[in-house]
Design a protein around this ligand. Structure first.
Ligand code: MG
Length: 233
């Protein structure tokens, strides 16, 4: 499939598409389990944390702050009266460390974005969930900001998020290509509204983002970020 006569706007997911993110959250979760090891095995603590995150999703949304509050809430629930201020303080530091993720572009990302940008054929935008300050900082640290016309930080990625994006850019559904690593957030909703999705899976995926995948005429499955060049240029 080539998309160069159809697509006008390319929207990119950020975390685990442009730079690594989930491995830092996985490592933080590992440290969290170590801190609470006297209260249960890692499998149990991870399950409890995930349950708290899902319960908090509607009010706290995505990102480091939500994750930190969910860790603390989980520790207080499973540790009860025994959990110490020192343990809570350590958990808080683990959460804070997620605000310093280096956001170094993954292999092939900067070169590919430059080629797509230099072609002059497309408008490029970032569409990401998470905390505004954190996502802005990561984009700044990545050095990739210069390739994009626009950064959109959203509370969730639903069909409405993408129909709003079409309206914002004054384009029709088939003129949008969304690129990302989450089938649930980056791909399924854009296929539903009539746009194109380029799915580039990352080696680790947050449990919440795992859904059943399917084939679709407007779905491109790519193994490397660089493969975008062959469909767009
Ligand atoms: Mg992602």
């Amino acid at each position: 499939m080539t998309l160069n006569d159809t697509v006008k706007v390319i929207a990119f997911d950020a975390d685990d598409t442009l730079w690594e993110n989930q491995p830092y959250y996985d490592a933080a979760e590992g440290r969290f389990c170590n801190i609470l090891s006297e209260y249960g095995v890692p499998g149990y603590i991870k399950e409890e944390l995930f349950r708290t995150e899902m319960q908090n999703m509607a009010e706290l949304g995505y990102g480091a702050a939500a994750f930190t509050l969910s860790m603390i809430e989980t520790a207080l629930r499973i540790g009860g009266e025994t959990v110490s201020p020192a343990e809570i303080s350590e958990i808080y530091s683990v959460g804070r460390s997620l605000l310093r993720i280096p956001a170094e572009p993954m292999s092939g990302v900067a070169g590919t974005l430059k080629k797509i940008r230099d072609s002059g054929r497309y408008r490029l935008t970032v569409v990401t969930k998470g905390n505004i300050l954190d996502q802005e900082r990561k984009l700044e640290c990545s050095g990739l900001g210069k390739f994009f016309d626009h950064l959109e930080i959203v509370s969730d990625k639903t069909e409405k998020t993408y129909t709003d994006l079409l309206a914002f850019h004054s384009i029709k559904a088939p003129e949008l290509l969304m690129v990302g690593n989450s089938f649930k957030s980056d791909i399924a909703p854009v296929l539903q509204i009539g746009s194109y999705g380029a799915y580039i899976p990352f080696h680790t995926t947050w449990q919440h983002e795992i859904v059943e995948e399917y084939d679709h005429p407007r779905l491109l499955r790519l193994t490397r970020f660089e493969d975008l060049c062959s469909v767009l240029l």
